[in-house]
Design a protein around this ligand. Structure first.
Ligand code: UD1
Length: 419
């Protein structure tokens, strides 16, 4: 297992290129299961989660070709409508094959994901929506078993805006009979990206990006060539890095309109953020103001940047209250940050963070994907050496993170962990 070693205190400056969004690439690749012919997807990041979805699609019978950031997927011959526990336990987003398989093949067997480091994370809303569309769904031996000759369009109300739930059912509804309305749908840019790709395949979808999505079912979909959007969470992480290190970073290839809430919040900490050709520039200030922040579904502040923001607030000038409303257990990074000297108190779903002058380097352990990013950020500003172990979490969702930080001037390297 690898470790990331950081000697903190370097001011970061220069250009960083943002990769394609993992959370956009995964559903788009799953959508290929709805089609015949070769689909071509550009701007796919090189990440462990992408390798996992490739493995999953291949196990279902799809053919895949990879050429740099372009991936081609052909699902002409599906012969195994299953996502095994082995794959689903390493990546919950494997659930994204459920809707497409039921819609195209009339059946699917997908392992239930179970709990994870950030909470229980049930998939009851995915299941309820499929039942609303006429599918028979049973839970057997830890697997969701769903069957339907042809799904029927229906009006589905999500009790909570669920991102992968909206994506799953939007994909399923494309091949259903009649019209499906998804109410209280999630509005994330990744959903709009998926809808655009499905429309390119011949689907009839309107309203993606609002809380009501209408899908008029069609008999078949054909292959498409499309790109995935840039990763707004990676871009947000570099924005925060500029603030924490008082650096000057040009974040290229991002889409600032996907980051409006994040940019507004970060500006109020004192980071100067301006539009430049091809992206944004973030200039950190000597003094950082503490701000309160609450995570919310898009367009609110993303839960996937909560850990990084919390890390930032540990060295800001004052008291900050960070409220997590999306996942119930997403403060695993707090204990690790406290090992670096941070002053944080947890009260229910709130973290009360008292800014201190300096964090101190320490051995810390990554507990989930975004938590690992928060520890790397902390290591970049801490006095002395920080060793982040269990970095396989970060490889699930950040492409070349240590190379990108190193190119900006950080003293950061990856080493093989000895047993
Ligand atoms: C997606 C993202 C993840 C992000 C999260 C919230 C992908 C691959 N992952 O995860 O990075 O952190 O959105 O922005 O896109 N819920 C239920 N029942 C369900 C489904 C969800 O109660 O059937 C709850 C969850 O426990 C959570 C909330 O709804 O409290 C939102 O979760 P959801 O949007 O579904 O997260 P994911 O799609 O798994």
């Amino acid at each position: 297992m690898d470790k990331i070693i950081i000697n903190g205190g370097k001011k970061l400056s220069g250009d960083v290129q943002i990769s394609g969004a993992k959370n956009a690439a995964l559903p788009v690749m799953a959508a290929a299961l709805l089609t015949m012919g070769w689909n071509t997807f550009h701007n796919i990041p090189d990440l462990v989660d992408i390798k996992t979805i490739k493995k999953l699609l291949i196990s279902i019978g799809a053919k895949i070709e990879t050429n740099g950031t372009t991936i081609r997927v052909n699902a002409d011959h599906i012969n195994h409508c299953e996502a095994s526990y082995d794959l689903v336990k390493t990546m919950r987003a494997s659930i994204l094959v459920l809707g497409p398989l039921v819609a195209r093949m009339g059946q699917a067997r997908v392992s239930l994901p179970g709990g994870c480091a950030i909470g229980a994370r049930p998939v009851n809303l995915h299941i309820k929506a499929l039942r609303d569309m006429g599918a028979e769904v049973d839970i057997k031996e830890g697997y969701i078993e769903a069957r339907s000759k042809r799904l029927k369009g229906s009006t589905i109300y999500f009790d909570m805006p669920t991102v992968t739930g909206t994506e799953n059912i939007m994909m399923a509804a494309c091949l259903a009979e009649g019209t499906t309305l998804l109410e209280n749908a999630a509005k994330e840019p990744e959903i709009v990206n998926l809808a655009d790709v499905l429309i390119g395949m011949g689907a009839k979808i309107s309203g993606a990006g609002t809380d009501v999505i209408r899908i008029d079912g069609v008999k078949k979909l054909s292959s498409v060539e499309a790109s995935v959007i840039p990763d707004r969470i990676e871009a947000g992480t570099f924005l925060i890095a500029a603030g924490m290190t008082r650096g000057d970073i040009r974040i290229l290839g991002c889409n600032p309109s996907h980051l409006e809430t994040v940019i507004t919040k970060l500006r109020s900490t004192g980071i100067e953020i301006t539009s430049i050709d091809g992206g944004i520039r973030a200039l950190g200030r000597k003094k950082t103001k503490s701000v309160d922040m609450k995570t919310q579904p898009y367009p609110g502040f993303p839960t996937d940047l909560q850990a990084q923001m919390l890390s930032f607030m540990t060295i800001a000038g004052g008291l900050s209250v960070i409220t997590e409303t999306v996942f119930e257990n997403r403060f695993m990074h707090v204990g690790e940050l406290m090992r670096m000297g941070a002053d944080i108190m947890i009260e229910g779903n709130r973290a009360i963070v008292k800014g201190i002058d300096h964090l101190r380097g320490a051995p810390v352990m990554a507990t989930d994907l975004r938590a690992s990013a928060s520890l790397i950020l902390a290591g970049l500003v801490a006095e002395g050496r920080t060793e982040v172990s269990r970095v396989y979490h970060i490889d699930r969702g950040y492409e070349d993170i240590e190379k990108k930080f190193s190119a900006l001037g950080a003293d950061i390297r990856r080493v093989r962990e000895t047993k």
